[in-house]
Design a protein around this ligand. Structure first.
Ligand code: PMP
Length: 405
């Protein structure tokens, strides 16, 4: 089924605004997506109708807020196809989810254990593991990538051993858009009884992951990349792992009983949800998932692929433009540079034309080091973008090239 883009765009009030006197062209979707009116309404309804703290209150507002928050958890469970509702932990986002797991494994790892990450990771999937290695004496190993920005799976095979305890990889690279072969990675890691965490921050805006079919141990995502608000996300974990790991933070909500001598912890999911959560954010995350599912992930993926092919062809026609991340398995991200021109300068001129792109290392410095570049210009497309907007980008890049050469 094809998408009615004109109607979809009406759902996003921000797309009507002007930037520097030009209609906004928003191509920074990999950093954060825009918010449809349905999600904005949900946030307004919460604060104007039933704002209250959850789980503890006997009063009506608290019960209404608790019901809506737990309804959102059920929606998220269904979306990710988790077996059990309590395998969904609300977090403040992908970074929080990764740190929660890295912290939990502090007590499970020992010297000589090995952790494998990929060369394509966001800093949030590198630094917590380095910190974990410092705490435990474990060693970090890296699956290398090739010139297309794809992981070299034969090298992964060589890294795996009886010492491998954890494997962490992103589902889709934020810097290049490469879709990683996570099915094969999970299967191979499991042959060595290693747990696998997949960072789904960039995948969830484009595809619907099925955590049971993937047989993944942990999967993390952020709502703000998929039409939801910032400051909320989820960690999916297999029940057996979540029961094994110690809590990340102590506080209210996560206890069964507290005395000064000893505290016992609450059952899942509350064991990992200390303190007052982002209640409104969690509920709005549920609304964002409803919104995206109503549009349909197959239709979204097909349309975004069309945008990717269109943009790739038009941009490559510009002399001196090089695209980084040339895998056939990629999502709607085009990371590029103009020969002899700094990406920041291109981004600044595009902004003057109302076009929002990201420039820099995209929190993935090892990828930039691999290509020996300071950064790239990254245009990332969502299902509400159009080919006309891509034409504006291409014209803007040509203008930047003319002005800066
Ligand atoms: N991993 C990847 C692949 C990302 O793209 C991002 C966000 N740029 C993150 C992790 C971190 O997400 P958040 O800032 O929402 O915690």
């Amino acid at each position: 089924m094809s998408l009615n883009i004109e109607n979809i765009r009406k759902d996003f009030p921000i797309l009507n605004r002007q930037v520097n006197g030009k209609p906004l062209v928003y191509f920074d979707n990999a950093a954060t997506s825009q918010t449809p009116q349905q999600v904005i309404d949900c946030i307004v309804d919460y604060y104007s109708g039933y704002n209250a703290n959850i789980h503890r209150g006997v009063h009506t507002l608290s019960q209404e807020a608790t019901d809506k928050y737990e309804e959102a958890r059920l929606k998220i469970q269904a979306h990710f196809n988790a077996k059990k509702t309590h395998e969904i932990i609300f977090t403040s986002g992908t970074t929080h989810g990764i740190n929660l797991i890295a912290n939990g494994f502090s007590s499970l790892l020992k010297k000589d254990d090995e952790i494998i990450v990929s060369a394509l990771e966001h800093h949030s999937n590198i630094v917590p593991w380095q910190m974990l290695c410092e705490r435990t004496g474990a060693t970090l190993k890296v699956i290398p990538m090739n010139q297309d920005g794809e992981l070299v799976m034969s090298e992964f095979d060589k890294l795996l051993s009886q010492n491998t305890k954890l494997v962490f990889v992103n589902h889709i690279s934020n810097a290049l858009g490469t879709i990683n072969p996570i099915e094969a990675i999970i299967e191979k890691a499991h042959q060595f009884d290693a747990a696998v965490l997949v960072d789904g921050a960039q995948a969830c805006p484009h595809i619907k992951p099925d955590v049971q079919a993937l047989d993944v141990d942990f999967y993390v995502a952020s709502a703000h990349k998929m039409c939801g608000p910032t400051g909320v996300g989820i960690l999916y974990g297999k029940e057996k792992w979540l029961n094994l790991l110690p809590p990340y933070q102590g506080g209210g909500e996560m206890i069964a009983e507290v005395t000064f001598e000893r505290t016992t912890y609450a059952d899942l999911p509350h064991k990992f949800e200390a303190g007052t959560p982002n209640i409104c954010g969690g509920i709005a995350f549920g609304a964002a998932i409803d919104y995206m599912n109503a549009i349909g992930f197959d239709a979204i993926a097909n349309y975004e692929h069309e945008l990717l092919e269109y943009a790739t062809e038009k941009l490559l026609a510009i002399d001196g433009l090089k695209i980084y991340g040339t895998s056939k398995h990629k999502t709607s991200v085009v990371s590029f540079n103009l020969e002899g021109i700094h990406p920041y300068d291109v981004g600044t001129i595009l902004d003057k034309l109302g076009i929002a792109v990201r420039t820099g290392h995209h929190c993935a410095q090892p990828i930039m080091d691999f290509f020996k570049i300071p950064g790239t210009v990254r245009a990332s497309f969502a299902f509400y973008n159009t080919k006309e907007e891509i034409d504006a980008l291409v014209a803007g890049v040509k203008k930047a090239q003319m002005m800066l050469s």
